[in-house]
Design a protein around this ligand. Structure first.
Ligand code: EPU
Length: 332
């Protein structure tokens, strides 16, 4: 069991903020992970995969677990579908590329999302009308409290918009994810940006959809390796119908989608943009100038500075439109 002490976390979060972890472990097998968890029973623990959706505002007085669980195995296959078990530490987009090149359909809209496979169920990643939950059969985990393995079937994961049981409880370390993908593919129009890109292609192949997604994302979203960021910083707010009516009086053009009884999703990017914050910058932190939902780091190592900037955006949007923005990114 290899435990390291006082490790700098800057390389392990895509915002590149500095913080020291008291303990740091990189288990390479499920067994090793179980041993680490049972040995450090009383320590506060945090699992970091690609670190693409979190940042640190202070040192971490506990154990950071950075799993090294790789492997892609076909566990079942028939004429219509293939079922794959994928190690949590596999790079998400390399896995999507693997699927597309093998003609396995279902994940192509989720191309070019940074992070690991193990992180994908945690916040039920989604893009261009697709959500990862629609391809997940089960999630294998180790329980942080008991160090026992536990498998969750899809319906036990409590998936919803950018949310799951794994996000709510943070009790389980995901070790692998089982996906079921389809062997046949017909493109269905789900999202304007993507349809526009594919308008001149009669029957897009998986590869063409993937390329279109990558193009759309590259046009709008900054690469965290060039300009540190953590993707969408805020969740799209869900409003009651009263809140929705109030918003329309202030912003008649605000995008609104019904998402169930008395619930309407609006666009955080639209609110931030309409509040005049797009491209705004305070010292080394700013709102990306091509997409208002992304906060970018122009050179600070301080997570506290990013958090302070986030609060300025939240205050401005609340003051202007009475809507509370909730971060989608995890802040420690
Ligand atoms: N908009 C603006 N200003 C902007 C950008 C967008 O007003 O600068 C408005 C437009 O009206 C646009 C609407 O916001 O129609 C929605 O924008 P977009 O289509 O880019 O999607 P989003 O709701 O802002 C979500 C996900 C993204 C995902 C895209 C595409 C969340 C929190 N974010 O963004 O996910 O890529 O849809 O499907 O749900 C991520 O989670 O890190 C992420 C990038």
């Amino acid at each position: 069991m290899n435990i390291q002490y006082n490790i700098e976390l800057k390389p392990y979060n895509s915002f590149r903020t500095k913080a020291i972890a008291k303990l740091f472990a990189q288990p390479a097998t499920v067994n090793e992970l179980q041993t680490i968890i049972s040995t450090y029973k009383t320590e506060q623990k945090l699992v970091v995969g690609g670190g693409c959706n979190l940042f640190f505002t202070k040192d971490f007085d506990g154990l950071i677990i950075h799993p090294q669980l790789f492997e892609i195995n076909v566990i079942d296959e028939n004429e219509q579908t293939v079922t794959l078990e994928v190690g949590a530490s596999e790079d998400w987009d390399e896995f999507v590329e693997y699927c597309v090149s093998n003609n396995y359909a279902g994940l192509e809209n989720l191309s070019f999302i940074p992070g690991t496979v193990g992180a994908s169920p945690v916040q039920n990643i989604g893009a261009y009308g697709a959500e990862v939950k629609d391809t997940i059969v089960s999630v294998h985990t180790v329980d942080i409290e008991t160090s026992q393995t536990k498998t969750f079937l899809n319906e036990e994961c409590d998936f919803s918009y950018r949310n799951s049981l794994f996000k709510q409880t943070q009790r389980y370390v995901i070790t692998s994810v089982v996906f079921r993908l389809k062997k046949a593919f017909t493109y269905t129009e789900k999202y304007a940006d993507l349809n526009r890109e594919l308008a001149n292609v009669t029957q897009p192949t998986l590869q063409q959809v993937r390329e279109a997604v990558i193009k759309v994302r590259q046009q709008k979203l900054p690469n965290h390796l060039e300009l540190p960021n953590a993707g969408s910083f805020f969740k799209n707010p869900i409003l009651t119908s009263d809140e929705k009516d109030k918003l329309i009086t202030l912003l008649p053009e605000a995008p609104l989608y019904a998402v169930g009884n008395d619930s309407f999703k609006t666009s955080a990017a639209y609110l931030i943009d309409s509040a005049g914050c797009k491209g705004m910058r305070v010292d080394n932190v700013g709102v990306y100038d091509k997409h208002a939902l992304i906060i970018v780091n122009y050179g600070t190592e301080s997570g506290a500075e990013i958090k302070q900037f986030m609060n300025e955006i939240r205050d401005t949007v609340f003051y202007e439109f009475g809507v509370i923005l909730e971060p989608e990114v995890w802040i420690f």
